[in-house]
Design a binder for this molecule. Structure first.
Ligand code: ADP
Length: 551
């Protein structure tokens, strides 16, 4: 996960999705990878400027692997990056700077939301109903050459702003330099903002981002945990950093694999003398996230559910009592339920108020606050499954990887993929396939830092797949070309698997079973014909961006 959310890896993963679904993934600023794409960056900026001389962009340069605002700076002109000297050789991401953020009290702020990735396959995502809002400490102005270096104006990082004389520690969750996100929503709501739409857009952003990250994550996962055997139960709490634009559109800044779970902050009592004091706002948000994560992941829960199915099918008793292992005096108490008010307006009833003892409820957790982690996937799977094309490509990739523990496809694996999926033809000879493999693999291996094993990485496979799809289904939009080729491959592989079953040989062609994580409607019933996609299962429901709010 740490690898996946590095700035360069995240930008690459999102860019693949932007190529396929530009509208759905326009929540991530246009980004270029340095030093590899420096020339491309300069050329693209020049081209847009030539077409629109009034465009006066600002760019933000972020070192790969950096955190807490370290090494980040703003530039107005691409050539300023060159002037910065060593950066040409230091891996970084340069990104369009969002110039018009939503301001509160004249200050820029961002949102830290906690997301639990409960399971990769099947995909299960939970979002915490409340998050943190971290404020800048100098009133915001749109970037100009004079203020570009004002970090307290442009960067919202707590770790930077805490050093500003203007940083306000507050005893309240709705004032000061760090507040709860729910307090921001309350404030926006009182001004007539449709906060349900804001929240729904944020849920969409989170699901789409996770969908962009999971294909490669699966490749990492299978290299560590052999298929077909029960692996350890893995989960991860991710920290999503999101910026709201003036028009309330959420923008993804980055994803953190190890978000800080500190619930205290340092206070300088006298010059040079520091003390850790509790931070109400951190406690309110983070304790609930940890508590609910433990409840959801509790390994004993499954056992209890099996032993006492009657109790655990009752929705009021969805979670096993942690209190039988921990005295209630030690259980964390969340101080206010403010967060559930704006966000939980149309919740599943089981997500809201805990039942009281007077209902005859004997659940020892009944006195605890309502559940803060809200499932959004598979709950909204129907609206988003059509986006999971790269996931299906990753399933094909993994199937042909062969040897356990590897993350790169060898030339033989790639040839077997082409042969088993019947992709070679009179216009695509196996010699041409070999050249395609060599060209793309060489380029990717010269770009990526990971030289552990040779061969074709997932992104290189995706590029080759796009190329093959474009050749085969010429006239369609890219995502339909790709969906059609995936359908075709899955169709031929399922035929092959059937044939092998009939012949009494267990296991699918290529070594690994098709991943059960594929969207359920992924298996084609008939082969797609060139130029005519099969009843394309993946281009259908687009409710996620057709105005339907996700609650
Ligand atoms: P880090 O991991 O070092 O914190 P981030 O990507 O989170 O790096 O960026 C640091 C801060 O810079 C963010 O919290 C945000 O305030 C600001 N920022 C980052 N990217 C952009 C952007 N594209 N537009 C506007 N502000 C940005």
């Amino acid at each position: 996960m740490t690898e996946m959310v590095r700035k360069i890896t995240l930008s690459r993963a999102v860019r693949i999705m932007q190529n396929l679904f530009p509208e759905e993934y326009n929540f991530y600023p246009r980004s270029w990878i340095l030093p590899d794409e420096f020339q491309l960056f300069v050329a693209q900026v020049r081209m847009v400027k030539d077409g629109d001389p009034s465009w006066k962009p600002t760019f933000i340069v972020k070192p790969d692997g950096g955190c807490q605002g370290d090494g980040i700076y703003l530039v107005k002109d691409p050539s300023d990056i060159r002037l910065a000297g060593t950066l040409q050789s230091r891996p970084a991401v340069v990104q369009e700077y969002i110039c018009k953020p939503l301001l509160i009290d004249k200050l820029k702020f961002d949102i830290r939301l906690y997301v639990l990735l409960k399971s990769l396959d099947p995909l299960e995502i939970y979002i915490a109903k409340d998050g943190l809002s971290r404020f800048c400490t100098e009133p915001y102005q749109e970037p100009n050459p004079k203020n570009l270096h004002h970090i307290f104006m442009h960067l919202t990082n707590y770790s930077l702003n805490i050093h500003s004389g203007n940083f306000v520690h507050s005893d309240s969750t709705s004032t000061g330099s760090k507040r709860t996100f729910s307090s921001i929503l309350c404030r926006l709501s009182s001004k007539g903002v449709d906060i349900k739409k804001v929240w729904s857009d944020i849920i969409s952003l989170v699901i789409k981002t996770v969908i962009a990250l999971t294909p490669e994550l699966k490749v990492f996962y299978q290299s560590d945990i052999p298929a077909g055997r029960p692996g350890p139960t893995c989960f991860q709490i991710l920290g999503f950093d999101i910026l709201l634009m003036k028009n309330l559109k959420p923008i993804l800044l980055e994803v953190n694999a190890n978000p800080s779970m500190r619930i205290e902050h340092e206070q300088e009592l006298s010059p040079g003398v520091f003390e850790n004091v509790p931070s109400l706002v951190d406690e309110e948000v983070k304790v609930a996230v940890i508590r609910d994560t433990l409840r959801l992941m509790d390994p004993l829960k499954k056992k209890r559910e099996n032993h006492f199915p009657d109790i655990y099918t009752d929705r009021k008793h969805r979670f096993p009592p942690v209190s039988d292992r921990m005295p209630s005096s030690q259980l964390p108490v969340v101080r206010s339920q403010q967060l559930t008010k704006p966000l939980a307006a149309k919740e599943d009833p089981s997500d809201s108020e805990p039942a009281s003892a007077s209902d005859g409820n004997t659940d020892p957790e009944a006195h605890l606050p309502s559940i803060c982690l809200k499932q959004v996937f598979p709950k909204y799977a129907k609206q988003f499954n059509y986006l999971r094309l790269v996931d299906r490509m990753a399933n094909l990739f993994i199937r042909f990887l062969g040897i356990k523990g590897t993350m790169k496809l060898g030339p033989t694996g790639f040839r077997t993929f082409i042969r088993n999926c019947k992709l070679s033809s009179s216009s695509l000879s196996m010699a041409a396939v070999d050249i395609l493999y060599i060209d793309i693999t060489r380029r990717w291996n010269s770009m990526t830092l990971d030289q552990r094993d040779s061969g074709m990485c997932l992104q290189a496979f995706v590029e080759a797949f796009f190329y093959l799809a474009q050749r085969k289904f010429k006239t369609l939009p890219l995502h339909e070309q790709v969906a059609s080729l995936i359908d075709l491959c899955e169709y031929h592989l399922s035929l092959l698997d059937e044939k092998r079953l009939v012949c009494g040989r267990s296991g699918p062609a290529g070594g690994r079973p098709l991943d059960s994580g594929s969207p359920p409607d992924a298996t084609p019933s008939a082969p797609p014909v060139e130029g005519h996609p099969p009843s394309c299962t993946n281009s259908a429901p687009k409710a996620a961006h057709s105005g339907h709010a996700l609650s």
